[in-house]
Write a protein that binds this ligand. Sequence first.
Ligand SMILES: Cc1ncc(COP(=O)(O)O)c(C=O)c1O
Length: 461
Amino acid sequence: MNDKNLSRALLEDAARFGIRYRESSVDRSVAPAPEALAKIDGFIETLPANGMPAKDVLSLLDKIGSPATVAMTGPRFFGFVIGGSLPVSVASNWLATAWDQNVVMNEVTPATATLERVAMNWLIELFGLPDDSAAAFVTGGTVANFTALAAARNRVYTDVGWDVEADGLIGAPPVTLLVGEEAHPTLFKSLGLLGFGRDQAIRIPVDGQGRMDAARIPAINGPTIVCTQAGNLNTGAFDPVGDICDAVKPRGAWVHVDGAFGLWAAASPELQFLCKGVQDADSWATDAHKWLNVPYDSGVAFVREAQALKSAMSITADYLLTESEFRNPSDFTPELSRRARGVDVWAALKSLGSEGVAEMIERCCSNARRFADRLQAAGFDILNDVVLNQVLVSFGDDATTRAIISEIQEDGTCWCGVTVWQGHTAMRISVCNWSTTVDDVDASLDAIIAIATRTVDRSLR
Ligand SMILES: Cc1ncc(COP(=O)(O)O)c(C=O)c1O
């Protein structure tokens, strides 16, 4: 075979293995078998001096790697807040990888830069954000928060006459940071990366669902950034973003919304009431790899004031033609070089349309309520108001709940994780996979209830 045929055979193998993997993830055990896990050690070796034929490299990946994965993309994985991947977005991802575009500048990557611009405008419309907001396609919610907050940092310092991009933070005037007590841990990491420190924010008390209490926000004085949340990672609850904006924006504060998954409620006519006031903020972060169901990794930052984001992110150099009439993607992202991850966002939105996105979001929420209702009917405690796609269930004391979660994970019908919610150990069920059906929910419930009932009965004997 010549080089061209070898390359074709290799890519065809990749497609075959990938298709087989995805088809099997529908009915296989969600947890990998212990024998498959034991074989992962087959990857561990010293750097080989001589290479292996590419075809064998790929076969090895499939033989050892595929069976040793947790079926995260399958319909019964309810751990963390992990979306699956729509077939169209996996396919677009494969094609965009084949294009191998470095989407720095419009001039040299016109097709991908245009697709990202279109995807950005569609998302802005879907979420009801201000029309001329800027956006950045980044790796995920953490970097989306970081990126949006870099714009916030730029704006609040510009307002007091300090050029933070040039002069940094040493000797800079202090910025007041207000963050809800139940903010996602990566929000604090983003603040740390921006030089604000992870522990400097004033934590605003929250209620039993994790919502910030707007009445407890202190009087604003000087440069201030308020970080709110749309969608608590445990309960799915939303901060009263509108009330917070009303309280702090007249005093010049910048309001940011971490909407890693909750912002998607804005795309649903049924659920958008949860996002009341979110559109009044100054910046927003979300994930596409969660609820839009595109492959990892994919997050998006939006900023009302494009110039603040551009000032924080753009660079110029003689060889980079960054000033152009077109939008150059790298003017808005922390990275210069990167894959065109917005292509998958475009493909998902093009194939679903706004109605398809709304239907997917609503279906996940309805399945979450189904989980809660049946678990409650079976006698277990639901610890949160199920307003979105998150369900917290307690099976009794902490040790019993943990033991039951371990058994559920080993059983392999479905996969749910453990969390601690305001002092109570709970199992967290997060429904955000496009392919989860009512039958998947019922099969998972049957397994969960059988395991939990058996364990509780045993402990009572
Ligand atoms: C509310 C919230 N913010 C931020 C993140 C971090 O997102 P990522 O893991 O995509 O960086 C998550 C992840 O679950 C989240 O739920």
